[in-house]
Design a protein around this ligand. Structure first.
Ligand code: ZN
Length: 150
């Protein structure tokens, strides 16, 4: 099990060092800001939605390794998918990070996002990992209020 944790750690660090889909999105159709005051994580998420599909997505911001790698993983996971699929993945991710630590998570349901299952051990970190997802939901619903983890 320790080896698996090391592997997951490596994926998180890699996404932190080289975040995917990082930068501005000039032809964005909608965007949202997210803030996790507990840790100081801030991010701006930009989406390009055509019809019911997310054809473009990028994020910018500053924050801890968990928030950054989670945003990177999230953008990778929903890019090219429909809004409904992205919403479904939001629910699955949320379910994963709120599953008690002594219970197994459904890794098949969340795919690569399972690397973040370890944050359950650190309740404050769950907010870091969830920030990108709450911001995604705000962008999809075109909420003008900044997304908060509190
Ligand atoms: Zn954080």
């Amino acid at each position: 099990m320790q080896d698996l944790n090391d592997l997951y750690q490596e994926v998180i660090l890699d996404h932190n060092r080289r975040p995917r889909n990082y930068g501005p999105l000039p032809d964005a159709t909608q965007s949202a800001k997210g803030h996790n005051p507990l840790c100081g994580d801030k991010l701006t998420l930009s989406l390009k939605v055509e019809g019911d599909r997310i054809t473009g997505i990028s994020f910018e911001g500053s924050g801890c390794a968990i928030s950054k790698s989670s945003a990177s993983l999230m953008t990778d996971a929903v890019k090219g998918h429909t809004v409904d699929e992205a919403t479904e993945l939001f629910d699955k991710f949320h379910q994963m990070v709120t599953t008690p630590i002594d219970q197994p998570v459904d890794e098949e349901a969340v795919g690569k996002l399972a690397v973040l299952a370890g944050v359950r051990e650190f309740p404050a970190r769950v907010k870091c990992a969830s920030l990108a997802w709450h911001t995604l939901k705000a962008a999809l619903t075109k909420t003008t209020e900044p997304a908060k983890t509190e």
